[in-house]
Write a protein that binds this ligand. Structure first.
Ligand code: NDP
Length: 249
């Protein structure tokens, strides 16, 4: 396995939260990072920050729900650095609501970004990883991809169960055959912009109350776990990392 300083990563959802923290952590470990999201201004600011610390980054303006956009981003990264060693499938959204509010556009968006986005990026990076006979795909599932979280979480949990299932199936298919590692990261409550997508007043209030009861993880806590998984020796595939705030049930 190449040293981290010779590796190239693509991080989706790099414009905020877990993705941003992970891009910074990988870059400070010497990994060249492709930073992907839709908000290009944020990505340019992040690139400047990474470069100021001595790292290397390429901005990939990308909508993970759009296959052509994903393919363009992957091509740009390969054109820049010649390979892809790590793909962090992390972009996601969590607009909570009751099913009987019928916010079906939000359900569609979660399916498009949380599930199809993961499939789109996996399909776009795997040919390069197969050619290299090495690579590591890390997918952000959730505690809500292990247990159904209850009221408001039905569709979000369904998308994260899909991510968990796909991740394990992918691991079985590409590990032995192509020497590609696959990891599912399953965070509990983490202090990011995620709850801001919620348009339902009831669940906005619930999330605000929750954050006063639980000491949320920081995005950098999750970035540490990604770095741990990708730093393992090549014959070790950390298949799952379930990371919870100590005082979250
Ligand atoms: P943030 O809202 O801070 O980050 C979400 C990121 O996803 C943003 O960078 C956003 O960028 C990006 N994104 C959203 N839609 C798209 C899209 N269509 N195309 C490309 N990028 C997109 O939240 P988190 O950092 O918390 O979320 C990261 C992941 O962690 C998600 O998958 C989330 O489900 C998961 N997670 C979060 C937990 C938490 O408590 N925070 C717990 C468990 C899992 P932009 O808008 O610029 O496109």
């Amino acid at each position: 396995m190449k040293a981290l300083t010779e590796q190239v990563a693509l991080v989706t959802g790099a414009s905020s939260g877990i993705g941003e923290a992970t891009a910074k952590k990988l870059a400070s470990a010497g990994v060249k990072v492709g930073i992907a999201a839709r908000r290009a201004d944020r990505l340019h600011a992040l690139k400047a920050e990474i470069e100021q610390q001595g790292g290397q980054a390429v901005v990939l303006e990308m909508d993970v729900a759009d296959k052509a956009s994903v393919e363009r981003g992957v091509k740009k990264l390969i054109d820049a650095y010649g390979r892809i060693d790590i793909a962090f499938n992390n972009a996601g959204l969590m607009p909570l609501s009751n099913i009987d509010e019928f916010k079906t556009d939000e359900w569609d968006r979660m399916v498009d970004v949380n599930i199809k986005g993961v499939l789109n990026l996996s399909a776009a990076v795997l040919p390069q990883m197969i050619k290299q006979h090495s690579g590591h795909i890390v997918n952000t599932s959730s505690v809500a991809g292990r247990k159904v979280y209850g009221q408001g979480f039905a569709v979000y949990s369904a998308t994260k169960f899909a991510v968990s299932a796909f991740t394990e199936g992918l691991r079985m298919e590409v590990g032995q055959k192509h020497n590609i590692r696959v990891t599912s990261i399953q965070p509990g409550a983490t202090a990011t912009e995620l709850s801001q997508h919620t348009t339902s007043e009831e669940f906005s209030q619930m999330m605000a109350g929750f954050s006063s009861q639980v000491q949320f993880l920081s995005p950098s806590d999750i970035a540490d776990t990604v770095l741990f998984a990708v730093s393992a020796p090549e014959h070790v595939n950390i298949a799952e990392l379930f990371v919870m705030p100590t005082n979250q049930v």
